[in-house]
Design a protein. Structure first.
Length: 577
């Protein structure tokens, strides 16, 4: 059913019959039967009042019916003083119907009360319209000419006519509501199909907007998402004559009716928006749009508001109502779940792409280490063996000294290979913990690196194996960056605890770098910095990087701060020359 104005009025041709008409001879019975076949409330009420006016030979008649809104349908010619009296009756009845249910006694036991006002020139009668549940749904008023006193038979016929019209009107109104609900469910089904078939956030938002405006019959709509970092509502999708000017614009979350909904987490209606103290004129000024009425509902996920759905300027004069909020809340609930799923999907895709990138970087690093280390050394071993073979034929005594050098080369190769395997996943990290794994790693580096490595640690770090593995990876990344880029003479690795917090520091006296120039880029050592930061976020730790290129404080410091469940005892320097 299309929305109706709050008061509807229809004037048909004036009644020409001035006396009571026999229903059996005038075709009025057929007219009443036709009313039962009506499926349009306006048409049924118009036909009903015309039939009753003819039946009772009235000058004019009026029907007031209360469905989702108030309907007034009239027939005949009204004198001004008569119309004022009927208007007063209907206003009183309409106000009562809009504020509370009004029931009467069982009509099979007690006839409907007929109000009558007699003047020298006419007779006014008024009788309630009653549904089949004895609920008053309106009233029927007739203007009878003088001398048209209703006898018992006519009063009974008027009572039954009012009952029949009230019951048929209530039934048609219920059917129209049911039809509207069916259409709404069809829209919800289509929306659900779209929301389930795509993870494209932009398409989800657009479909949500179209559904809202279609169901609510509004002139415009907007969907805003909460930007928690900046405490703003961002216009993601808008429909309406000025929608193109709102795309990606934002308003403070403490401004306007939408901001109120986002903060409080409750729906809101403002049918006279410009007089509502919560209303903000800024968006209208910016877009040239004239907001008259607003209905807004929050988009929630697990009790957290992630956005606001609002519709503007309902076409019907009745304005937005609680039924509109219920429908909008249903759409918002579906949209919020779909948006959150789409966000999670995008996040998973981002993490997947980053993992692939990280794996590729690890493969390149492993390839470089193998090529520059063990593979080069093994090639040197092969060349040395060929040389020894030829030398053995010429000068066997000189072979012995060359064998000692070759043995040292083979031992270095094996040591480098063990270091590479250790860096991939140290078994000692699983069995003896972080401190032991770092101590062994430091021992291996001291045998192979040109810089002097100083190690200060604590006796024990109480953390889960996954957290220990992440800390080890961050330390390993920091040391790899120093090895490749810093050209340092000294490196300090320190584990300290204070106030139940573990601090891991990797510091060098190398050449340093400009952090602002490379931060955030997935290339060279900036990939290592980003990798360390993301690993720190995974264990809810804080990572600080400070680098200086000017003497005398030249060098880089990487610090990781992690809250621990229990304090651990500190241990002094463990340093080897």
């Amino acid at each position: 059913m299309s929305e109706q104005p709050s008061v509807q009025q229809s004037i048909s041709s004036p009644a020409t019959v001035r006396r009571f008409t026999d229903p059996a001879k005038s075709g009025i019975v057929d007219d009443f039967l036709d009313l039962a076949a009506s499926r349009n409330l306006d048409a049924m009420l118009s036909k009903a009042i015309g039939t009753v006016v003819r039946l009772f030979g009235a000058e004019a008649g009026s029907i007031l019916f209360h469905g989702r809104s108030l309907y007034r349908v009239r027939s005949g010619v009204f004198r001004s003083q008569v119309l004022g009296r009927i208007q007063h009756w209907e206003d009183v009845i309409g106000k009562r119907l809009q504020t509370a249910n009004w029931r009467i006694a069982d009509s099979t036991k007690l006839p409907l009360s007929i109000s009558k006002l007699t003047t020298p020139s006419l007779i006014l009668v008024n009788i309630p319209l009653v549904s089949n549940t004895n609920l008053v749904v309106g009233s029927l008023s007739l203007v009878l000419p003088p001398g048209s006193e209703l006898d018992t038979h006519q009063r009974d016929l008027l009572t039954r006519s009012a009952e029949g019209i009230g019951q048929m009107a209530a039934l048609i109104a219920d059917l129209e509501i049911a039809q509207q609900r069916l259409e709404q469910m069809n829209v919800f089904y289509k929306v659900g199909q779209v929301l389930m078939s795509t993870l494209d956030v932009n398409r989800l938002l657009a479909e949500t907007m179209r559904s809202a405006t279609e169901v609510i019959d509004a002139g415009a709509a907007s969907l805003m998402l909460v930007d928690e970092d900046n405490e703003q509502l961002v216009f993601e999708v808008s429909l309406g004559s000025r929608s193109h000017t709102l795309r990606q614009q934002s308003i403070p979350i403490d401004e306007g009716i939408a901001g109120w909904v986002a903060r409080i987490g409750e729906p809101a209606i403002a049918n006279n928006a410009r007089t509502d103290p919560r209303f903000s004129h800024r968006v209208d000024v910016r877009t040239g749009f004239l907001t008259q009425s607003i209905a807004a509902v929050p988009l929630k996920i697990k009790g957290r508001v992630i956005g606001v759905l609002e519709v503007l300027n309902k076409y019907s004069d009745t304005g937005f109502d609680q039924e509109d909020l219920r429908l909008m809340s249903s759409i918002a609930a579906q949209a919020a779940i779909a948006i959150e799923n789409a966000r999670l999907y995008q996040q998973v895709r981002y993490e997947r792409d980053h993992i692939i990138l990280a794996q590729e970087e690890v493969r390149r690093e492993l390839n470089r280490k193998l090529h520059d280390g063990p593979i080069q050394m093994l090639s040197a071993v092969c060349m040395s063996l060929d040389h020894l073979e030829r030398m053995n034929e010429v000068n066997p005594e000189a072979v012995r000294s060359q064998i000692d050098a070759l043995r040292d080369l083979v031992n270095r190769t094996a040591r480098d290979a063990r270091t590479i395997l250790f860096e991939l996943r140290p078994l000692i990290l699983e069995t003896q913990g972080l401190v032991s794994a770092l101590a062994q790693y430091v021992s291996q580096l001291r045998d192979s690196e040109s810089f002097k490595l100083h190690f200060q640690t604590v006796e024990r770090v109480n953390c889960e194996p996954k957290i220990a593995g992440t800390i080890f990876s961050i330390v390993q990344e920091a040391l790899n960056n120093i090895r490749r880029h810093a050209n340092a003479r000294n490196v300090w690795l320190m584990l300290e605890t204070r106030d139940k917090q573990l601090t891991v520091t990797v510091r060098d006296d190398g050449k340093g770098f400009d952090l602002s120039e490379i931060s955030g880029r997935y290339e060279n050592n900036s990939f290592g910095i980003t990798n360390m930061r993301e690993r720190a976020e995974l264990i809810a730790a804080e990572l600080k990087i400070d680098s200086r290129t000017e003497p005398s404080n030249r060098g880089t410091s990487v610090q990781l701060f992690l809250d621990l469940p229990q304090p651990v005892a500190a241990k002094g320097w463990l340093e080897q020359s």
